[in-house]
Design a protein around this ligand. Structure first.
Ligand code: UDX
Length: 436
């Protein structure tokens, strides 16, 4: 099929390249000429495992092209997938400006019988508004559908091809069939539903995942006070198939471009229909506190941080991405500077993005350079390189070997007598439990 994807950010680029890999003829449209040129030359604009090879192969097979020309983008498309950003407004609601701009251009340029699919995360009812908006600008026959995405950064290509489900919200049978045909090569279960339910599934999914994270973080905070071990508790809870072990990893909370935005947006959506979403408000508040939990621990231990050398390992909001949006590192570094600490930071790939913020810190090219002379280490992202770094090396390089592990990720704590290790959710060193 001829598919156009609008917006070549994290979601649009992955969607376009993967649909091209399935044999569709894909046009990816973006207003950013520089980004379009880079992608047509095979240069990837985001860090995503496997993307460069996939992009090269679909470019070579001429299944994909990138353009900033609306006419080329829209005039031959059977399906137009809108995957533009819906950033957060100051009141927490979703900003639909880019969706509306895309809709206006589509109305002017699309051909008859086009299926317009909204993949971006949008408040319930947005599809209906966009349908009216397009109808007011054209007499052409077209159809709307909702197809939210569930891709995780760092494993987005895997998630596209091995996802748990595809959600399609449609109003016409022939649209349902057309989109079934688009996705059937994936052999992934497809849930067909109405458009509003499809819009809601996305928010409910992300809100529930965020709830799991804030829940286990609260349990971790209580474990510290009652002398329990969060790693055992998390494993014991997760063995219940009704709960599952995923998203029960305690730490300094969630970040990224989705959970923070989507949870606040869902609180707004509920508020717009006079429903106070107390539970989700609590999830958001817990997460905000959790991002600063290591700072609290450090101040309890050291009194104050004035003049203390603090090494921060990990800046990305999670491993295997260069994305720092809403990352705990931003909150933590800002607070550490306010407390008068002298901060050095390291991240395997997100350091250039972090530099854009402009903090007055020292940017290091290696773990050793970062921890040398440090009075304490804050681990904020569980990169493999950081998790597997030998614990005895800390004592070798640091002025005062104290580690605050915000992701409980240091694997090898046995036989450690050289470093003071402080994690989240247990009040003593012994971390592991054995499942017989
Ligand atoms: C998330 C959803 O997983 C995905 O389905 C949706 O499409 C987009 O939002 P993403 O934000 O890329 O994906 O990353 P994810 O792996 O979900 O992690 C989100 C945050 O939660 C990260 O900051 C991560 O460190 C944190 N997290 C995750 C925890 O703190 N504990 C966990 O157990 C899991």
């Amino acid at each position: 099929m001829n598919v156009t994807v609008v917006g070549v950010g994290y979601v649009g680029l992955i969607t376009g390249v993967c649909l091209a890999k399935l044999g569709n003829h894909v046009v990816c449209y973006d207003i950013d000429d520089r980004k379009v040129e880079k992608l047509n030359n095979g240069e990837v604009t985001i860090h995503e495992n496997g993307l460069k090879n996939l992009l090269s192969s679909v470019l070579e097979e001429e299944f994909i092209q990138f353009t900033s020309n609306a006419l080329i983008a829209y005039d031959n498309a059977d399906i137009i997938i809108i995957a533009v950003g819906t950033p957060e407004n100051s009141d927490g609601s979703a900003n639909l400006t880019y969706i509306e701009q895309a809709a206006d251009e589509i109305a002017l340029n699309m051909k008859e019988e086009t299926v317009v699919v909204i993949k971006s995360t949008v408040p319930v009812g947005t599809n209906a508004k966009i349908k009216s908006r397009i109808k007011n600008k054209t007499n052409k026959q077209f159809y709307l559908a909702s197809n939210p995405e569930f891709l995780r950064e760092g494993s987005a290509i895997h998630d596209f091809f091995q996802g748990d489900r595809i959600v399609l919200g449609t109003e016409e049978e022939h649209v349902k069939i057309k989109l079934d045909n688009l996705y059937s090569p994936l052999n992934i279960p497809i849930l067909h539903t109405d458009i509003r339910s499809a819009e809601m599934i996305k928010y409910a999914s992300n809100a529930f995942l965020a709830t799991k994270i804030s829940f286990i973080n609260e349990i971790a905070n209580i474990c510290e006070k009652v002398g329990a071990n969060i790693n055992s508790v998390s494993k014991g809870v997760g063995l219940d198939r009704r709960i599952g072990s995923h998203f029960l990893q305690a730490g300094i909370g969630y970040g990224g471009s989705c959970f923070p935005k989507d949870t606040k947006s869902l609180v707004q959506i509920a508020g717009d229909v006079n429903h106070r979403f107390h539970l989700l408000e609590a999830v958001i508040n817990v997460n905000a506190k959790q991002q600063k939990v290591l700072l609290h621990k450090a101040k309890v231990k050291f009194g104050n941080l004035i003049g203390k050398q603090v090494a921060v390992l990990g800046l990305a909001f999670k491993p295997n991405t260069d994305d720092i949006r809403e990352a705990a590192s931003i909150v933590m570094v800002e607070e550490l500077i306010k407390e008068g600490a002298i901060v050095k930071v390291y991240d395997p790939i997100a350091i250039d993005n972090f530099k854009q913020i402009g903090f007055h810190v020292q940017y290091c090219k290696s773990i050793e350079l970062c921890i040398s002379g440090a009075d304490m280490v804050f681990i904020l992202t569980e990169w493999d390189e950081i998790a597997s770094y030998p614990i005895e090396e800390y004592a070798k390089y640091m002025n005062n070997p104290v580690i605050f592990d915000g992701r409980n990720c240091i694997l090898d704590l046995n036989n450690n007598d050289s470093v003071e290790y402080i994690g989240i959710g247990y009040s003593h060193i012994e971390k592991e439990c054995t499942i017989y």
